[in-house]
Write a protein that binds this ligand. Sequence first.
Ligand code: NAD
Ligand code: UDP
Length: 322
Amino acid sequence: MGKKVLVTGGAGFIGSHIVDRLLNRSDMEKLIIVDNFWTGLKQNLTHIKDQRMHLETCDVENFQTSEKFDEIIHLASPASPPWYMREPVRTIKANLVGALNLIEMIQPGGRISFASTSEVYGDPLITPQPESYRGQVDCTGPRSSYDESKRCTESLLFEMRRTAGIDLRIVRLFNVYGPRTRPDDGRAVSNFLSQALTTGELTVYGDGLQSRSWGYVDDIVDALERYFWLDQIDYPGPLNVGNDREISVLDVAKFIADIVPGASIKMCPPIPQDPTNRRPDLTLCRQILPGWEAKISYEEGVRRTLEWFRDTLMSGASSDAP
Ligand code: NAD
Ligand code: UDP
């Protein structure tokens, strides 16, 4: 008998890449995707013709089934600050209430994988950030619906591991970019690329000296593929995954303005409680996933993403969003 796998958020940016990788697995009998198309795009899945895949257009917190799954991968949640800040309650529901619903659907001893975030470190006081760092999060601040629902979901899943013996994999992703991000997603790389190709004005918030560590999606999904589905890994997480090259937001904007003719930078007011820096300590990641390294340079990753945005904006394909 093959595996029954449930993925939430499978129509999203990272989720759709995960779905492609899952469908390469010969041990997979049935793949259910639960997505409500809040931030996902239909076009991210239209290339798939595999009969093992079934799409349930539904909120993860309301999804119901009598089936039990061998593996559940919980990705449903917006990751973009403007999107989660616009609908904070809905964000908490997607992460936490979604996870509470999903734990009823796992086979005894089955595996739950969860995409947590570097946001659990808040505005960090140490750099790079190892998994042992407890973070600096404002639990009533403007980012808290996202940060705290990720933290609470980590807590819930760890308790389920302790009390019910689920096989757990929690990953803390640092900033990921690449093809299949919504052009109106609002995160830095995707925003700068779509702005460069449309208005020509790249909006840098604050002085732009705040920094992030930008991971190209293929590299990140290579790591997730190993961490989420290799049986021999005996580590529940949390595991940092990302690219540890840290680059300021202003440098990202300058690079994109240099490679897209006619683009220029517009300095804008800072956004409240914007973290000043983020860089993963990948020591543990390199131990748990020996041989894995981010291979795509930032410059190459941005050029590839630019080509994807050019094609997508020209074809108008992203307009199928609800
Ligand atoms: P995304 O917004 O592109 O994808 C999220 C998907 O979840 C979308 O398809 C959306 O429609 C779906 N969704 C949201 N709420 C839902 C709900 N209640 N029910 C069903 N579906 C719902 O985001 P992404 O960048 O692909 O991120 C995927 C996961 O990885 C998220 O959990 C995010 O928090 C986490 N993460 C991403 C990053 C990053 O840089 N991309 C960094 C850290 C963590
Ligand atoms: N940012 C910016 N202009 C934009 C979008 C983002 O200057 O159009 C900045 C944002 O203020 C933050 C950084 O880029 O300092 C990364 O933002 P993003 O939303 O990509 O990710 P996160 O803040 O969640 O790390």
